[in-house]
Design a protein around this ligand. Structure first.
Ligand SMILES: [Zn+2]
Length: 476
């Protein structure tokens, strides 16, 4: 475990791998089971969520989630996926064990169209559906789980930050991990093939994969400082791979894919939030002035977001009006309009706007979160509890809703209920010791009635049994 701990430290995921994980067992044919893959992925995710580069933005995650689900569906994947963004300028994406797929903001901003973004995501999703991580690791029989977890973390880091990974690995595991860092050429080829089929089957332009490869290669040649885009370092690109992509795309019918409004809004939002706030305002003002845009709505969206950052909410409000006049609409426009209202000090107006928007877009989860957040900001906590009831029944596995519930109870001074809800946040993230601790806090809070205490006791018993079973598995 010492090597593992030092690797974890080097990876800046201090406690990610400290959780006990079951080993592979003694059977010679034992492999990385889907369950174990999921738990390794969950374990890395737990610390990734508190990483400074982790982008905790439900709108960006929602967009990536629906794009990813569309691609995964066309591969008839039976996997659970979770897509998230990392704030990183490099053009890259990475798949972790268990279906967790990270997308760098640099990729979203660097893609010229939605099909290009989808081509990289399709490739990563294919690594998951084809179980490439498990198949790579399975070659090393009877490897101990800490080693597996270290490998998984190293793979993750290599895909995300190749520059850091080399150092971390040299310091710990050496050549054994190095050999596992990149998928074999066969796996890369398979991911390209499966990803491109998914691209075509889900209505995107399958040519985008080849054009994106060419663009990446061109940008490598042009860079004076010799920097290589992250994607090329983790997915080595040779002329054979490009030719392969071109050949396969050549055999597919030409299809023009129009970028979705969400793709444009997400890009505008990321660009507006990036770097210096005043520079971001100037950037979008320049686009508006020169008329250099494919979508007026998206540029107005970006300008309004940037204006909010420099607290010019009145002007942002005017931009939202122009954005609507230019035909812009949808859940992302409504949450922006609500943020603008909050910026002008109109907390009640934001609540009313979001309540109306939710009746128009009842399935938008980001709108639901924004509505609950606005109720919290307006200090209307009892109303927030009412609004939480139905969604919690509808989406019982939504950790963000549980966290909002816990926050609302805390604001109302209901401590037992606050800890009970927080326990479910941790349980959903697979952090059983933390969940158990919260239930104990709920039990000793002193403000739970007989009924609540019995519910907490029963859940405590359940989670303790579950945790004991995991520890048993780990020792076997
Ligand atoms: Zn790859």
């Amino acid at each position: 475990m010492r090597k593992l701990a030092s690797l974890a430290a080097a990876l800046a995921f201090p406690t990610a791998l400290a959780q006990p994980l079951p080993d592979l067992g003694g059977a010679p044919d034992a492999g990385l089971t889907p369950q174990l893959e999921r738990r390794i992925g969950e374990s890395v995710m737990r610390d990734l969520r508190s990483h400074p580069a982790y982008l905790d933005d439900p709108e960006v995650a929602d967009y990536l989630g629906s794009l990813g689900a569309r691609l995964a569906q066309s591969m008839s994947a039976r996997h659970d996926f979770e897509f998230f963004a990392m704030r990183d300028h490099s053009i890259n994406a990475f798949a972790m064990p268990g279906g967790f797929v990270g997308v760098h903001t640099g990729l979203i901003l660097g893609a010229d169209n939605e099909s290009e973004l989808a081509s990289v995501m399709g490739h990563e999703i294919a690594h998951v559906t084809q179980r490439h991580i498990a198949r790579s690791l399975a070659q090393q029989q009877q490897m101990q789980v800490p080693m597996l977890a270290a490998l998984a973390a190293a793979i993750l880091l290599a895909r995300s930050r190749p520059d850091l990974a080399t150092g971390a690995i040299a310091a710990s595991q050496g050549a054994a991990i190095q050999a596992q860092l990149s998928y074999s050429r066969d796996f890369e080829r398979e991911a390209d093939r499966v990803g491109m089929q998914a691209l075509d089957a889900s209505g995107f332009d399958a040519r985008a994969m080849a054009t994106f490869f060419e663009k990446l290669q061109r940008s490598t040649r042009l860079a004076d400082d010799g920097t290589v885009p992250g994607y090329l370092r983790t997915h080595p690109l040779n002329t054979e791979r490009i030719a392969d992509a071109q050949n396969k795309a050549g055999g597919m019918p030409y299809r023009q894919h129009l970028d979705s409004a969400e793709f444009r809004f997400v890009r505008a939002k990321l660009r507006a939030e990036q770097g210096d706030a005043r520079e971001a305002v100037q950037f979008f003002e320049g686009l508006v002035r020169d008329g250099r845009y494919a979508s007026e709505a998206a540029v107005r969206y970006g300008l309004a977001s940037a204006l909010l950052r420099v607290r010019r909410a009145k002007e942002a409000d005017a931009e939202v009006a122009r954005l609507r006049a230019a035909g812009g609409g949808g859940p992302m426009v409504e949450t922006l309009a609500a943020r603008v209202k909050q910026g002008t000090g109109d907390a009640g107006g934001a609540v009313a706007l979001l309540a109306a928007a939710r009746s128009r877009y009842p399935y938008s989860r980001p709108l639901l979160y924004a509505h609950l957040g606005a109720l919290d900001e307006a200090k209307r906590h009892p109303e927030a509890l009412e609004q939480l009831a139905a969604p919690l029944r509808q989406y019982p596995r939504d950790a963000r809703l549980r966290a909002l519930q816990s926050k609302t109870y805390a604001a109302l001074g209901k401590r037992a209920l606050q800890h009970q809800a927080q326990a479910e946040v941790y349980a959903l993230q697979g952090a059983l010791p933390a969940a158990i601790e919260q239930l104990q806090l709920a039990r000793t809070a002193g403000d739970g009635d007989f009924y609540l205490n019995s519910v907490v006791d029963a859940r405590l018993k359940e989670l303790r049994a579950q945790h004991a079973a995991e520890l048993r598995d780990a020792k076997r």
